[in-house]
Design a protein around this ligand. Structure first.
Ligand code: SF4
Length: 689
């Protein structure tokens, strides 16, 4: 195929947060090939299976092409309508409900799939145009606990390190992070340094655990005990950086007292590891001249996600292993633009990592936008799960979902679909049609996707990269940016909020001004430079090189993190702990990768992993069709895979599949700080289907 392309466009992968650079080949207005950009600093020409086939998901029959409306109300079919009518109906219905029930009756869920320029525009539109505070991203389902954990420890969001740290570290500790499946190109950063020790803490023997020098098969949710146990040994044996602690942190005495009870013997009982292993891990981490701790959803997807991140940060602070090459506590994010959206939107803070409750931040933003400060919210609106709960009891009556498919991705889906059915007006804006969420939509807006629009993404290491258009959107689909401006026009706020804006570059220029001088400062880059250089990192390679943290007073905080049992423990009726996750071939709810024949053929269905001991006990055989049952739902027809990858008493299922939806059985429990769902542990039983 690459031979028939007559034009190649530089861009950035639109799937995961690694942020690989690529070249897309086009001919006659169609994308016909993809290859890795050999000059891109992140991936040096390499791509994973999703990236290599990314062009194939664009021109597929399942694209949304025209706006659709249920003219006859709920229960009537979705029928094609014009854009003018679609946007008129949308604005009239939402503002009508707002006049009766207040502006916060609108709940909006955006996504880490949007360009930064689009998310920034959406934030202004929702907060200052629709005047609703109830706006969040689907990023709350994947990395809001990392955000909260960074804020707890350092006073601000912002991953302190870079991928280069993985390469240069003497010790790499990955906690609940299966990068071989979920961030595959990052695996190229491991083992480049002779003598580097790779430690992977994960209840499953994942592909990443198989790469490790030391795999720590911790019991589910015992990661906090392990981290506190390492802190105990570091303090006991003096493997700490006294000068750094003295000058740059607070809370040492409290932490010393708190972790005293996390003796290696106690931690061994909680985690299932041996005392020798725990001592060894602490020694390796404590004596390494540089050490990197990376984590993903195994940490974040927990009712204790935020504080688990703080417990990770404790180790970096105790040893001063932060702000220098090879050392960082590093959240590996999920979506291609998870970072850009958490920096530029109104989710857990205001654009530029500004705080809702900071008079200075509010005044600054009001001046930048030439608005009355009172227009800015003084506190966060509802987070994603709270918007859904509010829809159930009608505090929220209009819902607008943008490039996200919660009927597959949200936990305890039955409750979610009740909320969608209860809402009076549901808009789903997406590049694909139909999606399971559109069953509940009153209005569908067809959106352009990756490859059809221009702007930037920011990856896990804060690298801002250029994303380019190389084909036109199908049918009447429009970019999310254009849709937002058209809505602003109808609301009568376009001139006031987006004066003179024509393209997403206008949003970029304003975002640069809004972020200037902030920790996440985008003002130094131009789009042309970003494209030429393969992106640039705001904050450089490491944050906090001077040991000064964004808390008032400049000190980082050590936190005492209790190790609590997860809320739904297995019992006689539901005797397994379910763990959910991803596989390398698919992206989220498969709207994209399910449309790519090679990927779909490789992994067409969900499966459930079970240990041979349990399969014997239940007289189940390899590839039997089973039912997975929890207190919330029963999912039939899942292929059983009997494997030692999972420990006895635990089962694992990928979450990508609408047909066998793991999120029908998962638990609607959320982190009290970040509001991230506890996807990782719930009690289930397994029966023959
Ligand atoms: Fe795309 Fe992530 Fe694969 Fe890189 S590792 S090609 S960014 S999906």
């Amino acid at each position: 195929e690459s031979r028939v392309a007559d034009q190649w466009t530089k861009t950035t992968c639109g799937y995961c947060s690694v942020g690989c650079g690529m070249l897309v080949g086009t001919r006659d207005g169609k994308a016909v090939a993809v290859r890795g950009n050999p000059d891109h600093p992140v991936n040096l020409g390499k791509l994973c299976p999703k990236g290599l086939s990314e062009h194939q998901m664009i021109d597929t029959p399942g694209r949304a092409r025209v706006p659709l409306l249920r003219r006859g109300g709920k229960g009537s079919p979705l029928e094609p309508i014009s854009w003018d009518e679609a946007l008129d109906v949308m604005v009239a219905r939402i503002t009508g409900l707002q006049r009766t029930y207040g502006s916060d009756t609108l709940g909006v869920i955006g996504t880490g799939q949007l360009l930064t320029e689009e998310f920034f525009t959406l934030g202004k539109l929702v907060q200052l145009g629709f005047r609703s505070r109830n706006y969040d991203g689907n990023t709350t389902l994947c990395m809001s606990s990392a955000v909260s954990g960074y804020k707890l420890s350092f006073g601000s969001d912002g991953p302190p390190g870079s991928y280069a740290d993985m390469e240069h570290a003497d010790v790499v500790l990955l906690v609940g992070s299966n990068i071989a499946d979920n961030h595959p190109i990052l695996c190229n950063r491991l083992r480049k340094r002779p003598g580097q020790v790779l430690i992977v803490a994960d209840p499953r023997v994942t592909k990443t655990a198989m790469m490790a020098d030391i795999h720590l098969p911790v019991k589910p949710r015992s990661d906090i005990a392990l981290l506190n146990g390492i802190a105990h040994i570091l303090l006991r044996d003096g493997m700490i950086d006294e000068a750094f602690l003295e000058s740059h942190t607070e809370g040492l005495d409290e932490l010393r007292r708190f972790v005293a009870e996390f003796t290696p013997e106690t931690v061994a009982r909680t985690t299932g590891l041996t005392v020798e292993t725990i001592e060894n891990i602490a020694f390796l981490y404590g004596t390494a001249s540089s050490a990197f701790i990376g984590w993903t959803m195994g940490v974040n997807h927990s009712t204790q996600g935020s504080v688990t991140v703080a417990a990770i940060n404790n180790l970096a602070l105790l040893t001063g292993k932060i702000g220098q090459l090879g050392s960082a506590p590093f959240s590996i994010t999920g979506q291609c633009n998870a970072m850009g959206t958490r920096e530029s939107g109104f989710t857990s803070g205001m654009p530029g990592y500004r705080k809702f409750d900071s008079a200075k931040d509010r005044a600054e933003l009001a001046v930048l936008w030439n608005i009355d400060e009172e227009e800015l919210p003084k506190s966060r609106g509802l987070a994603y799960p709270d918007i859904i709960e509010a829809a159930l009891d009608k505090r929220v009556r209009a819902l607008w979902f943008i490039a996200t498919n919660p009927v597959v991705s949200f936990p305890n889906v039955k409750l979610l679909t009740q909320a969608l059915s209860t809402a009076e007006f549901v808009v789903v804006q997406d590049g694909f049609y139909p999606t399971p969420t559109m069953d509940y939509a009153d209005l569908v807006l067809p959106a352009a996707i990756w490859g059809e629009k221009e702007g930037t993404y920011t990856n896990s290491e804060r690298r801002v990269s250029k994303v380019n258009a190389f084909v036109a959107p199908p049918g009447e689909a429009r970019s999310d940016f254009d849709i937002f401006l058209s809505i602003a026009e109808r609301l009568g706020v376009r001139e006031r909020l987006f004066s003179g804006w024509i393209s997403s570059h206008d949003a970029w220029l304003e975002w640069q001004r809004v972020s200037a001088g902030r920790l996440c400062d985008y003002s130094a880059f131009t789009w042309a430079q970003l494209e030429e250089q393969g992106g640039a990192q705001w904050g450089g390679t490491s944050l906090y090189r001077d040991g000064v943290f964004p808390y008032d007073g400049g000190r980082a905080k050590l936190h005492c993190v209790p190790c609590l049992p997860f809320s739904e423990q297995p019992d006689k009726e539901f005797d397994f702990i379910l763990n959910t996750g991803r596989t390398v071939e698919h992206w989220h709810t498969r709207t994209k990768t399910g449309a790519v024949p090679q990927l779909d053929r490789m992994v067409p269905n969900a499966w459930l992993e079970m240990n041979p001991i349990d399969a014997d006990r239940l007289s189940l055989r390899q590839h039997d069709r089973i039912a997975l049952v929890s207190r919330r739902a029963r999912v039939e027809g899942i292929e059983l895979r009997i494997t030692g990858i999972v420990a006895p008493g635990q089962v694992f299922m990928p979450f990508h599949f609408a047909e066998q939806n793991s999120n029908l059985v998962t638990l609607g429990a959320f982190d009290p700080i970040s509001r991230e769902p506890n996807f990782k542990q719930c009690a289930v039983r397994v029966e023959r289907s």
